[in-house]
Ligand binder design. Structure first.
Ligand code: ADP
Ligand code: ADP
Ligand code: MG
Length: 472
């Protein structure tokens, strides 16, 4: 039985995992860099260990982190998302050192981390993939020839890519020629591999992904889908479960297909199968993420299943306690990534001290935050500082409740994406659930909002001060 678990991560996801440990009676162990000594996960964990001054490299040092897990008598390690979460080396070292890795085995992480290998594994299983290259591109000539066959526009993508980086749309041979070297160098820098491939660009697709859970006894279930079409520069901003854009028939087909995908690679633990849905209702496999995802909270909201708890149980060698037909869903949920960014200034990161923070509450509202009043957001890490997850019985109520929850949230001292989300919630195509991945680009006017919230706060403070002064 897992009794003590090290979290090889920081921020809101470290806090999320610590919470799952606390509920399961597992001692949680946090790690933190010098920069992160004031971070929330350090306070929340049962034990916390400093891993030195290297702000990012500290969380990427697999050997050192597993050594620490062994030295502190941890029997398990959770990688969270980002950092080492898709690095097969971490899973391998854990195995060698007798620490249970909360995730799939190294071979599956390696295979699915390579988008070309993942594509061919899916093709072999009879799952439709986006038309594209069979292997990594050898040179520009091959790319041009292939693009001619497939037809423009095409996408150049990093084989080892992630986090929305290393992806470029090319509308013509000229653009393909121009972008070819660019994507290679982006990929080398970001992912340590210059391998790239080419895919047909799906016109105005929806991003629909399926959460799956699998144990080591061949039981695989899906927890329905999430619609992550609201993205900016291939990075998700808002995620919704279930997708309000699918028919029940599509939903069932997709769930079954994702389970088949997981079985095809003998997947164990929690994972996500990502698909693109085109305008004609055709689904294409895009990639598989072999880790916990940022937006897992919306799936938890509609199914009531604690995905992190399940991950730990599976890593513990336990069998799933339910079959597909036992998994029910209820209502709709949406998650909004609250990023410390200024939407009015091209979403430039806005780091600094949180002068005041009020978490929202009320029915159906959940916050997963890494911030508190007085917390200085360091410039070294991701700008996502909180997630708001809202649930309601139907889509209409969810829109209203999300609006209320956003109004209920106060993050002062830094700029955030909150006012931008309030604008998104007013847009007809969003409200009527007829959006695709082009939504953000189609609505540049949404950053034109008036910055009224801080003013309202300020005027309330002035009124209060005046009243006090005048003895009212
Ligand atoms: P999700 O896939 O869970 O919806 P993201 O794609 O935004 O979420 O990834 C979550 C975090 O992990 C982000 O901080 C992102 O930058 C990081 N990340 C994801 N994939 C990679 C990767 N292959 N290399 C480096 N960082 C990554
Ligand atoms: P990452 O590993 O960075 O998450 P993905 O392959 O999942 O990269 O793609 C991220 C996003 O880029 C998708 O959600 C989608 O919006 C867009 N995208 C990727 N491939 C295509 C494609 N072939 N056609 C259209 N859009 C695409
Ligand atoms: Mg993806």
């Amino acid at each position: 039985m897992i009794k003590k678990l090290l979290i090889a991560n920081r921020g809101e996801i470290a806090v999320r995992i610590i919470r799952a440990c606390a509920e399961a009676g597992i001692t949680s162990v946090a790690i933190y860099t010098d920069t992160d000594r004031h971070a929330l996960h350090v306070h929340k964990a049962d034990e916390a260990y400093n891993i030195g001054p290297q702000t990012v490299a500290g969380y990427l040092n697999a050997h050192r982190i597993v050594n620490l897990a062994v030295a502190t008598h941890c029997d398990a390690l959770h990688p969270g998302y980002g950092f080492l979460s898709e690095n097969p080396l971490l899973a391998e070292i854990c195995k060698r050192r007798g620490v249970r890795y909360v995730g799939p085995n190294a071979a599956v992480i390696r295979k699915m981390g390579d988008k070309i290998e993942a594509r061919s594994a899916m093709q072999a299983a009879g799952i439709p993939v986006v038309p594209g290259s069979e292997g990594s591109l050898v040179d520009l000539d091959e790319a041009l020839k292939l693009a001619e066959e497939i037809g423009y526009p095409v996408m150049l993508k990093a084989t080892a890519g992630g986090g929305g980086r290393g992806i470029r749309r090319c509308n013509s041979s000229l653009e393909l020629t121009r972008n070819y070297q660019r994507v290679i160098s982006e990929a080398s820098k970001a992912f340590g591999s210059g391998d790239i491939f080419l895919e047909k660009c799906i016109d105005r697709p929806r991003h629909i992904e399926v959460q799956i859970l699998a144990d080591q006894f061949d039981n695989v279930v899906h927890l329905f889908e999430r619609d992550c079409s609201i993205q900016r520069r291939h990075q998700k901003l808002i995620e919704i479960a279930p997708s309000p854009q699918l028919s029940e028939e599509q939903r069932q087909w997709l769930g079954e297909t994702a389970v088949r995908a997981a079985r095809a690679v003998k997947y164990v633990n929690a994972g996500t199968v990502e698909f693109l849905l085109d305008k004609d209702g055709q689904f294409y496999f895009m990639e598989m993420n072999t880790r916990l995802q940022v937006e897992h909270t919306v799936t938890e909201a509609i199914t009531g299943i604690d995905i992190v708890r399940e991950q730990i149980r599976i890593a513990d060698g336990l069998a799933l306690t339910y079959r597909q037909q036992d998994i029910q869903r209820r209502g709709y949920a949406m998650e909004l990534r609250i990023n410390a960014e200024d939407p009015k200034n091209d979403f430039l990161p806005s780091f600094g001290r949180i002068t005041r923070y009020f978490a929202p509450g009320g029915p159906g509202v959940r916050t997963d935050a890494a911030i508190y009043t007085g917390y200085p957001i360091p410039p070294d890490y991701d700008s996502m500082c909180a997630k708001l997850t809202v649930w309601a019985l139907n889509w209409e109520d969810l829109l209203n409740r999300t609006c209320r929850a956003l109004q209920d949230t106060g993050v002062y001292g830094v700029k955030t994406t909150i006012p931008y989300y309030m604008e998104i919630l007013k847009v007809d195509s969003f409200r009527s659930a007829t959006f695709d991945t082009g939504f953000v680009e189609d609505h540049p006017e949404l950053t034109e909002y008036k910055t009224s919230r801080p003013t309202r706060e300020l005027s309330a403070a002035i009124t209060a001060a005046l009243s006090a002064h005048l003895g009212l």
